[in-house]
Design a protein around this ligand. Structure first.
Ligand SMILES: [Zn+2]
Length: 358
């Protein structure tokens, strides 16, 4: 029996390499340490739920916790996402941190292709290895197969849309990469024990039900974040007619997987989140777009670890002093990378250099 008198749920064993010990993970969840947000998840054996380290719910006993490196590993073992901390909105793809290069490349390829792969053998061949070897690497490093990782990513997008928008089910299924609404319904019931409609009702009730008809998603990052430097960099190099930086944030035209429209990205600084608003002719390519936002704004960075390394060098230490949370701006696409980053242009330093946009 568990501490609350209920019979513990059956939980499959999870064998996963973790970067931290159980004690370090437990200390992180007790202090709700944002530095660890998205880097591991806590599976609670007595409830069958998995959580982010920053979850505001009452903390479980340490003996009831299993710490895993990815949401895919938690879901693969039968755990369901918590309605309080909503693991789908954790800072991006923790699985990429600490994984060896082949798995990291595979995850990047999965994300950049919007989850569209022509079978595992073909996908593995693009990475220069066999599919059995790829499956083994995923199992060793992420505790889940490539298929499960991809499915978890699809659910992540679907759950974000269910929780934060009032968009119809067919659109959500399509946007998240499911082939049909029926498949989406079946997969959701199997994974979470409830239909998408029931999930939406429950999560919106728990989260205050602030939804919108716009396609608007929020993505978290680990603080601090140097927004002034990032927006200043993007503003100076904005591609005319494509990108715009305003007092609220960033906007651009996009075309992804046959879907085109406008994307707005607004930082919500006090909540360590960005709000991404899509105005698309059809909701295709959302998985890919969300990854591009992560890349463009470097949302997956761990600023504490980066500054700890940079501070070891006196020159770099003097540059980053007083500018916490500097990020490396990414590119939306290859064309965007042509805006050019000469060596004398770094975020926040554009006054030293001439124009390079376009
Ligand atoms: Zn939680």
């Amino acid at each position: 029996m568990s501490e609350n008198g209920q019979t513990p749920l059956p939980v499959p064993a999870i064998v996963l390499p973790m970067q931290w010990t159980d004690t370090e993970c437990f200390d992180a969840i007790i202090s709700r340490d944002r530095r660890f947000d998205g880097k591991f998840f806590t599976c609670v054996k007595t409830t069958g739920i998995y959580c982010r380290p920053i979850c505001p719910a009452n903390k479980p006993l340490k003996k009831n916790c299993i710490f895993v490196a990815s949401a895919a590993a938690a879901e693969n073992s039968g755990f369901r996402p918590c309605f309080r901390c909503r693991p789908e909105s954790a800072p991006g793809s923790p699985a990429w941190i600490g994984t060896r290069s082949t798995v990291s490349r595979a995850l990047r390829l999965l994300a950049s292709s919007g989850g569209q792969i022509n079978g595992l053998p073909d996908f593995a061949a693009r990475l220069g290895i066999g599919d059995r070897h790829l499956r083994r690497l995923f199992q060793q490093q992420l505790g889940a197969s490539p298929k499960t990782v991809l499915q978890t990513e699809r659910f992540r997008i679907a759950r974000l849309m269910l929780a934060e928008t009032s968009r119809p089910m067919a659109e959500i299924a399509y946007a998240a990469g499911f082939q049909s609404v029926r498949r989406f319904n079946d997969a959701t019931k199997k994974a979470f024990g409830m239909s998408p409609t029931a999930f939406r009702r429950k999560v919106q009730k728990r989260c205050g039900g602030q939804t919108t008809s716009a396609l608007k998603l929020t993505l978290s990052y680990r603080p601090p974040y140097g927004w002034d430097e990032m927006l200043s960099f993007l503003e100076y190099r904005a591609l005319s007619g494509v990108e715009m930086v305003t007092a609220r944030g960033y906007a651009r035209t996009i075309r992804v997987n046959g879907s085109s429209g406008i994307l707005q990205v607004h930082p919500i600084r006090k909540e360590y989140k960005v709000e991404a608003i899509f105005h698309l002719d059809k909701p295709a390519g959302l998985l890919e777009s969300v990854q591009k936002i992560h890349d463009l704004f470097d949302l997956e960075a761990s600023p504490d670890e980066i500054s700890a390394v940079l501070r070891r060098d006196s020159f770099m230490a003097s540059i980053i002093k007083g500018k916490p949370g500097l990020r490396i701006p990414g590119c939306w696409d290859i064309f965007g990378s042509c805006r050019g980053w000469p060596a004398n242009q770094c975020p926040g330093c554009h006054h030293n250099s001439g124009p390079s946009g376009g």
